[in-house]
Design a protein around this ligand. Structure first.
Ligand code: ASP
Length: 453
C-alpha cells in the first residue's frame, strides 16, 4: 500500500487534478491520498491558505471579508467548472467557509487555525467529489474521524503517538481515501495546524500509521536537486539520499520536502519518493535509511541567510566549570534558540537566527554576558549565511574540508566559521550573507561540475 501526497501546485487547477486522477488510477497500491489546499497557478498568484489567513485576520478586526471569501470560493469554483462537476460541491464549500467566518471568536488563535485548515479540508472534499463523478469509489476522510490527534500548539502541532494505532484502521476501509493535509485535532476537538507546508507531515504520519510500503510526495519538480536551482543553473538531480542527508539539507533551505515530515517515515523505516505530478514517469528522488555511495563525498549543498554570531572570549575559559551553561541560560531567559556553538579553548561562538534579536535585546544580552560571565570580549556579527555541505560519503573520506576551503579561498571568500559535527554527515561554513551565492557556486563547481566534466 502506498500513501501519496499532492502539493498545492499539483491541485491548483482542473487540469492539474486530471493529472492527479491519472496518477492515482495508474497504480492500485495508491490507496491513501493526502491533499494540500489549491496553491499558486502562476508566479504572482495567491495560495488559498494565505487568502484564508488574511480573511481570518480581517474578520477578527471586524472588517468585511467579502472579497477574500469570493476569491477563495472562486478558486474552487473554477476547478469544479473545468472538471464539469455540479454546483452542489461549491455550495457546500461556501457554506462551510461562511460557518467558519461566523464561528466562535473567543479564542482568536483557534479561530484562525480552523480557517487556515479549511483550504485543505474543502479541497479533500472537492477531490473526492471529482473521483466519484468519474465513477471511482473515493471517500473524504476527516482527520478527527481517522483519529489524527495532535498537541495543542497552534501553527506548530505535533502528532500524538496514539494516532498511529487509530490510523492503522484506515487499511480496512474500501475505496480510495482522500485525506486533507496540514491539520489534526486536539483531544478536546479543536482544529490545530502543523507548521506551514505541513501537508507533507500529514502524509508521513499516515504512511507510518497505515504501515505503507512507500510514501510518495508529488510536487512540481523532477527531483530534489543537489543545490538550489535559482543559484546554480540546471544542477545535478539527486536520485537517492538518506533521511539524515535530507534533514541536513532541508535545515538550510531545501524546501522541496518539509524537515518535520521525515520523522514519522523514518521511525517506521518507510522510504519516501519525491516525484513530479507534471512528469510522473521520471523516477524522482528516493529518501531511504541507507544508500550505496555512488557519488562523490558530497550529495548536496544548501545555504540559508539571516544568521548572526555572538563571539565570547575569556582567558582560561576551558577551566571554568559551568561557563557554557550560564551562557545558554542567558539566551534561554530571552526565549532564544541557538543553532550551533563552535568553540575554542578560550572562546565560544553562538550562532542564532538573527530575527530573534532586536536592537534592545541585543544590547541587553551582550551586556549580561559581559557582566555575568566576566568575559574579556563579547561581539556580535550580523548578516551571516550558513552553507551546509552534506553527504554520508564524507565520513572517513580524507580531504573534503580542504577541497571545500580551497574552493572558497580561490573565490576570495573569507570563511567566518567552520563547524563539523562528529556524525561527519555535514560540514558547515559561515560566510557573509553577500558572499552566499558565490560561495555555493564555488562549492558546487568543486564537488559536482568537476566530477561531471
Ligand atoms: N497549505 C498549507 C500551506 O500553504 C500547507 C501545505 O500546503 O502543505 O502552508
Amino acid at each position: 500500500m502506498k500513501v501519496a501526497k499532492f502539493g498545492g501546485s499539483s491541485l491548483a487547477s482542473g487540469k492539474q487534478l486530471e493529472k492527479v486522477y491519472q496518477i492515482v488510477l495508474s497504480d492500485p497500491e495508491r490507496k491513501v491520498i493526502v491533499v494540500s489546499a489549491p496553491g499558486k497557478r502562476h508566479g504572482d498568484d495567491i495560495k488559498v491558505t494565505d487568502l484564508l489567513i488574511t480573511m481570518g485576520e480581517k474578520s477578527l478586526k471586524g472588517e468585511s471579508v467579502q472579497q477574500e471569501l469570493e476569491a477563495v470560493v472562486e478558486r474552487y469554483a473554477q476547478i469544479a467548472k473545468e472538471l464539469t462537476l455540479n454546483e452542489e460541491i461549491i455550495d457546500k464549500i461556501r457554506k462551510n467557509l461562511i460557518d467558519l467566518i461566523n464561528g466562535d471568536k473567543s479564542e482568536p488563535t483557534l479561530y484562525i487555525e480552523a480557517l487556515k485548515a479549511a483550504g485543505e479540508d474543502n479541497n479533500a472534499k472537492l477531490v473526492a467529489a471529482f473521483f466519484n463523478a468519474r465513477g471511482k469509489e473515493a471517500h473524504y476522510v476527516n482527520p478527527k474521524e481517522a483519529g489524527l490527534f495532535v498537541t495543542n500548539e497552534p501553527g506548530n502541532a505535533q502528532v500524538l503517538p496514539e494516532s498511529y494505532e487509530n490510523l492503522y484502521r484506515l487499511r480496512d476501509r474500501s475505496g480510495i481515501l482522500i485525506v486533507p493535509g496540514f491539520f489534526g485535532y486536539s483531544k478536546d476537538g479543536s482544529v490545530l495546524t502543523f507548521s506551514r507546508s505541513g501537508s507533507d507531515i500529514t502524509g508521513s504520519i499516515l504512511a507510518n500509521g497505515v504501515k505503507a510500503d512507500l510514501y510518495e510526495n508529488f510536487t512540481d519538480v523532477d527531483a530534489v536537486y543537489s543545490v538550489n536551482p535559482s543559484i546554480v543553473k540546471q544542477p545535478k538531480e539527486i536520485s537517492e539520499l538518506t533521511y539524515r542527508e535530507m534533514r541536513e539539507l532541508s535545515y538550510a533551505g531545501f524546501s522541496v520536502f518539509h524537515d518535520e515530515a521525515l520523522i514519522p517515515a523514518f521511525r517506521a523505516g518507510i522510504p519516501v519518493n519525491v516525484k513530479n505530478t507534471n512528469n510522473p514517469s521520471a523516477p524522482g528522488t528516493r529518501i531511504v535509511n541507507n544508500r550505496e555511495n555512488k557519488n562523490g563525498p558530497v550529495i548536496g549543498i544548501a545555504s540559508d541567510d539571516g544568521f548572526c554570531s555572538i563571539y565570547i572570549s575569556k582567558y582560561m575559559m576551558n577551566r571554568e566549570i559551568g561557563f557554557g551553561r550560564k551562557l545558554l541560560q542567558i539566551l534561554e531567559d530571552y526565549g532564544m534558540s541557538y543553532e550551533h556553538i563552535p568553540s575554542g579553548i578560550d572562546d565560544m561562538t553562538v550562532i542564532l537566527r538573527e530575527h530573534q534579536l532586536n536592537e534592545e535585546t541585543e544590547a541587553e544580552v551582550l551586556q549580561r554576558i559581559k557582566d555575568e560571565l566576566h568575559a574579556d570580549e563579547v561581539t556580535i556579527e550580523r548578516h551571516l549565511a550558513l552553507i551546509m555541505v552534506v553527504g554520508e560519503g564524507m565520513r572517513h573520506n580524507v580531504g573534503t574540508t580542504s577541497r571545500a576551503s580551497k574552493a572558497l579561498a580561490q573565490e576570495g571568500i573569507n570563511i567566518d566559521m567552520i563547524n563539523q559535527g562528529s556524525s561527519e554527515v555535514s560540514m558547515m561554513f559561515g560566510v557573509k550573507a553577500h558572499d552566499e551565492k558565490r560561495a555555493v557556486q564555488a562549492l558546487y563547481n568543486e564537488f559536482f561540475a568537476k566530477v561531471l566534466a
